[in-house]
Design a protein around this ligand. Structure first.
Ligand SMILES: C[S@@+](CC[C@H](N)C(=O)[O-])C[C@H]1O[C@@H](n2cnc3c(N)ncnc32)[C@H](O)[C@@H]1O
Length: 273
């Protein structure tokens, strides 16, 4: 796993997600399923809440319906702009949501100011689980809780193993292990329960599969600055055909290509409760 996501990489992450804002809601079906499952861990009323990596705000608005005050942060200005101005999700009639551009590794809220932290499909973009969990514990009130859905290692393993037939370069992000996140939560002083779940999307061809990742802005390769990733061959038509043939050979189900998202759900409690 990458040791640290550099400032330049964070700018690239923010840029890619900003670009994706307009098509995100339509493309991000797995992300919606994951977020709905994560929301189901929350009680009917969540007090003051924080959505880390709010994206287009569709989930934030659902969270806000159970909150008296909601803070929504995202690193991508384009996402925040969309969330504030173009979202067709339930409106925010009482103005309970405050939208802020910020990094999950540096939360801009006061210590012990929120009852509930929520985050879905975001924290895998952070390289420092200990720092993230310290930040989350820091903003939680005693007795508060956090529900976090995070992509972990082995996600997109099909793509990884198919690429390995063609070169030795890394083409797929290698995310932290679930246990690393659980341990980071414990290290920060939070109590934690963990569940793992695999979600699978199916695609008619490899181009469509790759574009499903790009359309949601998730196509930044965190390890791209490592020396051995510099000269990976460009994806020509013929290489794409060969990759697709190998993908079909190894994984096709009724002719469709599966893509696995491995998720960990952490349900954390502030341990002073
Ligand atoms: C896959 S989207 C998830 C959006 C939303 N949570 C959902 O479930 O639909 C990931 C979001 O995380 C944001 N993000 C990535 N890295 C971040 C960071 N370090 N701090 C805050 N937001 C970040 C991206 O800009 C993007 O909006």
């Amino acid at each position: 796993m990458h040791k640290q996501v550099s400032h330049t990489q964070k700018i690239r992450i923010a840029r890619q997600f900003s670009r994706a804002a307009g098509q995100y809601n339509e493309a991000a079906q797995i992300q919606l399923q994951v977020a709905m499952d994560a929301l189901s861990y929350l009680p009917e009323q969540v007090g003051v809440s924080l959505d880390i990596g709010c994206g287009t705000g569709r989930i934030t608005r659902m969270l806000a319906a159970r909150s008296n005050t909601t803070y929504a942060i995202d690193i991508a200005m384009g996402m925040l702009h969309y969330a504030k101005t173009e979202s067709v999700s339930p409106p925010d009639p009482d103005g309970v949501i405050t939208w802020l551009q910020a990094d999950a590794e540096q939360l801009p809220l006061q210590q012990h100011s929120v009852h509930t932290v929520f985050s879905s499909m975001v924290l895998q973009w952070c390289a420092q689980p200990d720092l993230v969990m310290q930040q989350i514990r820091g903003v939680l009130k005693p007795g508060g809780q956090a529900v976090l859905a995070i992509m972990v290692d082995n996600s997109f393993f099909e793509l990884n193993s198919v690429w390995a037939h063609f070169d030795q370069f890394r083409h797929v992000n290698q995310f932290h292990r679930a246990e690393t996140w659980r341990q980071a939560a414990l290290n920060s002083g939070l109590k934690v329960e963990m569940q793992r779940q695999r979600y699978t999307s199916y695609h008619l061809g490899l181009r469509e599969l790759l574009s499903s990742i790009k359309q949601v802005g998730a196509n930044v390769l965190l390890q791209a600055s490592e020396p051995n990733t510099q000269s990976a061959q460009p994806l020509s038509r013929s290489l794409l055909r060969q990759l697709e043939a190998e993908y079909r050979h190894q994984y096709a189900t009724f002719n469709a290509l599966p893509l696995s998202y491995d998720l960990v759900f952490l349900h954390c409690q502030h341990s002073d409760s």
